[in-house]
Design a binder for this molecule. Structure first.
Ligand code: GMT
Length: 387
């Protein structure tokens, strides 16, 4: 198949899923065309089946905000027409799904049919998408897509609850590449961070409010009173100055390290003892899955799709959003030497259920079904026009 992939190229989970999926499909022989405004961060190799088309957004004095969506639409039209794609797969509804629907309409006027698959990832539904400034466009784009997937049952439920969607939604959960995300021997790194054999707590995210990083710090500050521990915060984003100040106020500067954005996050996860994800909403929790693949148990909230991944009392613990006391109690249980090896082994065993090779065929199968259904639709339309 020749597939166009539209996504955010940054460190966000939707871009990671889109890029890893595209890379894996290319390795299976599909031709993949990434269409984004910069090279996706996880696009770390090219082969004969991977192509990258950059969206250029011309500026003009009248534009207060350059219309990215229109430049993206035109690029999709160009790529589909010239490379004869079979299907467009867009990740994150805003603005990718609406741009794809417009591109499909333009292409139809030129006699080119291209089915659009939209994958909803999380905040495009649970936060931004619900905003009245976007809701009608998101609803329309979902209903007009030829195929729609969500990354968890919980996100499917949220979509049906908050939007007037009549389209079938296929749930295809996030996946992890166990070749890349596996516990590596990084003893020297652990020794530098934890010279006195402290326990290591890790949080990775894009430092947005929804991640509730203040809860990460609050849990750590208390746990540290019982067990010598360090905290690594990986990533960057709008909450960072606030969280840095919080750490200064709590005099935690010496034991909390901000590592910024990292490519090789699996190296940090390899030396971690607990992964923290106390999010307000979380459609699936890809970062937690990547941690589990590196044998790291997870302390998370029970928001959204997290209970579909993190098994309470087995691979970690789930607490109500904001219940810091429960998270402290649970972290201490995991860090108990009598429990830690069991939680680590369970985390890895659970991660194996989401191995890339198990999820990839679900996308391929879904593409095939969408292509078949679309062909049927277009044949019906053509025969209607000629009768
Ligand atoms: O907030 C993020 O982590 C980024 C965000 C995105 O869309 O880029 O991630 C969402 O998509 C991931 C991949 O499908 C999911 O694993 C994350 O749970 C989801 N984030 C939220 O729902 C907050």
């Amino acid at each position: 198949m020749k597939i166009g992939v539209v996504c955010y190229p940054t460190f966000g989970g939707s871009g990671v899923v889109a890029t890893e999926l595209g890379k894996a499909l290319a390795q299976k022989g599909h031709q993949i065309h990434f269409i984004t405004y910069s090279q996706p961060v996880r696009l770390d190799f090219f082969n004969e089946n991977i192509f990258y088309h950059e969206v250029y957004i011309p500026n003009y004095p009248l534009f207060q905000h350059a219309p990215y969506e229109l430049a993206l639409t035109s690029k999709m039209v160009d790529v589909v027409s010239n490379t004869h794609l079979d299907l467009l797969h867009v990740h994150y509804a805003i603005p990718h799904a609406s741009a794809a629907i417009l591109a499909r309409q333009i292409l139809q006027s030129k006699g080119i049919e291209i089915p659009v698959v939209t994958t909803l990832h999380g905040t495009d539904i649970t936060l931004v998408g619900k905003d009245p400034s976007f809701e009608p466009v998101v609803t329309h784009s979902i209903n007009m897509s030829d195929g729609v997937t969500t990354v968890s049952e919980s996100l499917k439920k949220d979509t049906l609850e908050h939007f007037e969607v009549y389209k079938h939604i296929e749930v295809i959960q996030n996946f992890v590449d166990l070749e890349k995300f596996k516990k590596q021997k990084k003893d020297h790194f652990k020794k530098v961070i934890c010279p006195n054999d402290e326990k290591l707590l890790v949080h990775t995210s894009n430092f947005r409010k929804v991640k509730r990083m203040e809860d990460v710090v609050a849990v750590f500050a208390e746990v540290k009173k019982y067990i010598p521990a360090k905290l690594l915060l990986v990533g960057d984003g709008p909450e960072r100055p606030k969280i840095e100040q919080l750490c200064r106020d709590l005099e935690l500067e010496k034991c909390v390290h901000f590592l910024g954005k990292l490519d090789a996050v699996e190296e940090v996860l390899s030396v971690a003892d607990v992964f923290m994800m106390p999010s307000e909403t979380e459609s699936f929790g890809l970062a937690a899955l990547e941690a589990m693949a590196c044998e790291v148990p997870v302390i998370s909230s029970n928001a959204g799709g997290l209970p579909e991944l993190n098994v309470n009392g087995v691979t970690g613990f789930l607490s109500p959003v904001g219940d810091v006391n429960d998270m402290i109690k649970n972290t201490l249980v995991i860090l108990d030497e009598n429990n830690l090896p069991r939680f680590k082994a369970n985390a890895l065993a659970r991660a194996k259920e989401f191995e890339l090779s198990k999820i990839l065929p679900k996308y391929e199968d879904f593409y095939q079904r969408v292509l078949q259904e679309s062909k049927g639709k277009y044949v019906a339309k053509a025969s209607h026009l000629t009768s």
